[in-house]
Design a protein around this ligand. Structure first.
Ligand SMILES: [Zn+2]
Length: 275
C-alpha cells in the first residue's frame, strides 16, 4: 500500500494529512497537527517512513493524543524512543495506548493503519500549557471513553479529534455511543472558535453551522427511531425505514461501521434513561 503525506499551514497550525493513496488522492485520511511545540496525535504506523523524515524538521516538545485509536497513536512509540517526549491523553484511554498492540483491530484497520506499539502516557488535566498558548482540554466521550478536544482561545481554534467527522453520519462503530457524542457536540458549541481541526476532514472554516446541522440531524434521527419503536417496529424494520440497507462502509469494515448500531444504541440508551 502506498502512503501519502500532505502538509499545509493554517495560521499557527501545521496540518499533516496522511493515508493510503489511490489515483493521486488520499483515501481514508487521518490528520496530525503541530502548534507551538505541541504535536496533536501522531498519525498511523503505516505512514511512519514518510512522516519521521518530515518531523525531523519540527521541534516537538510534547504530544497529546485525542484518543487511543491506532491511526492517532501510530508514531507515539517512535517519537518517544527517539526524542524522549512526554505523551499525554485522557486517563480513560491511557490503558489502550499503553497496551496498543494487544487491542483488537479489524482487518481494514490493520491494512490501512498498521498496529501501533505501546507508549508511556501521562494523564491530562483540564489545561495544557505550551510556550505561548494555554489549551483547554475538553472531555468529549462517545467515540472512545477518553476522547478529548483541545480548545485554544487566542487563535479561536478547536481540535476535535474524531468527534465531528461529518454532518450526516448514518453509522456507528462497534464501540461507539450515540447520546454521549450528541452531548459532546453541544458542549463544544459553548466555546468561541472559528476554525475546527478535524482528524478526518482536516481544516473546517466557519464550523459552527455545520456542528449545529449535525446536532439537528442526530436529534431528528433519534426522534424518528423512538417514534417507530413506540409503534412496535423491530430494530431491523426501523433501520430499513429510516436509514435503509447497510452500504459499502459496512462491508469494507467487516460490519464495524453499521447502520444497525445507530438504531440499537439509540434504543438501548433510551431504555437506560427510563430506568
Ligand atoms: Zn477514532
Amino acid at each position: 500500500m502506498i502512503i501519502m503525506v500532505i502538509i499545509t499551514q493554517k495560521g499557527e497550525v501545521t496540518v499533516f494529512k496522511m493515508g493510503p493513496q489511490a489515483f493521486g488522492k488520499i483515501l481514508y485520511p487521518v490528520h496530525a497537527f503541530f502548534i507551538d511545540g505541541l504535536l496533536i496525535d501522531t498519525g498511523s504506523r503505516t505512514a511512519h517512513r514518510h512522516i519521521k523524515n518530515i518531523w525531523k524538521n519540527y521541534s516537538i516538545h510534547a504530544i497529546i493524543n485525542t484518543h487511543w485509536h491506532e491511526d492517532h497513536i501510530g508514531n507515539n512509540n517512535y517519537l518517544q524512543n527517539t526524542r524522549n517526549l512526554p505523551i499525554y491523553a485522557h486517563e480513560a484511554d491511557i490503558p489502550m495506548i499503553t497496551n496498543a498492540k494487544d487491542q483488537k483491530y479489524w482487518l481494514y484497520e490493520r491494512l490501512s493503519w498498521g498496529i501501533p506499539k505501546g507508549s508511556r502516557v501521562l494523564p491530562l488535566s483540564s489545561k495544557f500549557q505550551t510556550d505561548n498558548y494555554t489549551f483547554e482540554i475538553i472531555h468529549t466521550p462517545g467515540h472512545t471513553p477518553g476522547h478529548i478536544c483541545l480548545y485554544e482561545p487566542e487563535n479561536k481554534i478547536l481540535f476535535s479529534g474524531d468527534l465531528f467527522f461529518g454532518t450526516r453520519i448514518t453509522y456507528l462503530r462497534n464501540f461507539e455511543t450515540f447520546g454521549e457524542q450528541l452531548d459532546a457536540l453541544k458542549k463544544i458549541l459553548n466555546y468561541d472558535f472559528t476554525t475546527l481541526f478535524c482528524s478526518f476532514r482536516g481544516i473546517i472554516d466557519d464550523p459552527k453551522p455545520k456542528i449545529r446541522k449535525k446536532i439537528a440531524f442526530m436529534e431528528n434521527l433519534r426522534q424518528k427511531v423512538l417514534v417507530l419503536a413506540e409503534q412496535g417496529f423491530s430494530e431491523k424494520k426501523i433501520q430499513k425505514e429510516i436509514l435503509g440497507r447497510e452500504n459499502y462502509m459496512y462491508y469494507m469494515s467487516s460490519g464495524d461501521f453499521s447502520k444497525r448500531h445507530v438504531i440499537s444504541r439509540i434504543l438501548h440508551e433510551n431504555s437506560l434513561n427510563k430506568h
